[in-house]
Design a protein around this ligand. Structure first.
Ligand code: AMP
Length: 418
């Protein structure tokens, strides 16, 4: 038997109702902030991600689904969305049409990671990008949007963490300070961290290894070595977060080890999803657009993982979603009346009622069982004595009330049910 590929998942009913609820909530809240949806292709030229995420990252180095197509082009299933949005922003000259582009997306992403709870190979993210302004109000807007979405989904065990990465020049001088602090401790670092020491020293702070964490406890932090302007902006971000009533922690170890990241970074963690606790991550990337061939334009954004958020909702029991109800189930008492039932179904479906009936030649009792299983609001009985008089019995399933309706006046049926 062929099964779904490891790390991918089918989403079945009624689980799909939770997805739709989340997607509706996401769209509603983005709309409140005047963000417009963008959809980009599932795959892009590999070079986009290599440049847009960074060759030295785990995503590009180890996790991308890359293939060479028949025209010898290397293409990659998108592992994240920012690079794709920026590509579209540059390609369609969105910056010339309006000075600030506020965009959001909901889309599948692909990374060949080791699957575990909250970590898949095809997963789904929603997120936003605001391209065209350096205003720290947008940094806070990002945090507020995702925070409000998580609150609207009923989550409460949340920790908002923020940090500032400053600008590349101050970061470079800080890296030297960190390097000299770690120089005589390098041998005690984990193998991964030793590699990072040479390639991308900031990412040492991402290490989950206890002995690494111990060594880093007393390390000089980037936050203490920010350039003056970034330090001022960081204060503004904190003030605006207070204004938006968003509790937060400053986490000086929250780093993104890429040169085009600037200033604000943030993450929101859930205490209810185990070791993969980050529900979202984001930050400012004022140098990325230029890096991808556009004219220098600042940007800020975030991405949130839908599976992980739904897992948090499940563990917090925060979403109470009712299963869908059927407007009408038509029970056929006499077998010969099937085509009559079919015609009623045709018309009432055209009148926008959700309608079902029996296709399996089942007994009246079995049809009633089915109507109950489908949460039918009304059941219409076709057949028997009433039918001889040109009438049918309509039963309201919540009150138990029954009513005879005229078979020639199906408009009344629609009115009664709507
Ligand atoms: P990132 O793009 O790596 O900053 O991730 C942003 C968010 O996407 C994370 O906080 C997770 O919620 C989610 N995410 C990232 N990778 C995966 C994955 N492999 N499986 C499920 N969710 C993921």
């Amino acid at each position: 038997m062929i099964k779904a590929v490891t790390g991918t998942k089918d989403i079945l009913y009624p689980e799909i109702l939770r997805w739709k609820y989340l997607e509706d909530t996401v769209a509603r809240i983005f709309n409140n902030f005047n963000y417009k949806e963008i959809r980009t292709p599932v795959f892009e030229e590999t070079a986009l991600f290599a440049r847009g995420i960074g060759e030295e990252t785990e995503i590009v180095g180890k996790e991308m689904y890359t293939l060479v197509d028949k025209s010898e082009m290397s293409i990659t299933l998108k592992p994240e969305m920012t690079a794709a949005v920026v590509r579209a922003f540059i390609e369609h000259s969105l910056g010339k049409q309006q000075p600030l582009s506020k965009l959001y997306y909901i889309a599948p992403m692909f990374r060949q990671e080791r699957p575990q709870a909250g970590r898949l190979r095809q997963f789904h993210q929603f997120g936003a990008e605001a391209i065209g302004s350096v205003s720290p109000m947008l940094d806070v807007e990002m945090i507020q949007m995702i925070y409000d979405i998580l609150l609207a989904l009923g989550l409460s065990d949340l920790t908002v963490k923020i940090n500032s990465l400053g600008v590349p020049s101050s970061r470079e001088s800080y890296k030297k300070i960190l390097r000299s602090y770690l120089k005589d401790k390098k041998d005690k670092l984990s193998e991964d961290s030793r590699k990072r020491y040479d390639i991308n020293i900031l990412r040492i702070f991402d290490s989950k290894v206890e002995s690494d964490k111990k060594i880093l406890e007393n390390a000089p932090m980037l936050l203490e070595h920010l350039d003056k302007e970034s330090a001022q902006e960081f204060e503004i971000v904190k003030t605006l977060l207070h204004d938006a009533d968003i509790p937060f922690e400053v986490d000086p170890g929250l780093v993104r080890g890429l040169d085009y990241y600037t200033r604000t970074t943030f993450e929101i963690d859930s205490g209810k999803v185990g070791s993969q606790s980050a529900l979202c991550g984001g930050g400012r990337y004022d140098l990325l657009i230029e890096q991808l061939g556009g004219s220098p334009t600042p940007g800020v954004g975030f991405a949130a993982g839908i599976e992980r958020i739904l897992l948090a909702c499940e563990n917090e029991k925060s979403l109470k979603i009712q299963e869908e109800k059927l407007d009408l189930y038509i029970v056929r008492i006499d077998r010969e009346l099937t085509s009559r039932v079919f015609r009623i179904a045709v018309n009432s479906r055209r009148a926008n009622l959700s309608v079902d009936f029996d296709y399996l030649d089942r007994s009246v009792k079995a049809q009633m069982r089915e109507a109950n299983k489908l949460n039918a609001k009304f059941v219409l009985f076709i057949g028997g004595e009433e039918y001889g008089k040109g009438k049918a019995n309509l039963k309201n399933m919540s009150t138990g009330e029954q009513q005879l309706i005229n078979m020639n006046d199906m408009d009344i049926l629609v009115k009664l049910i709507k």
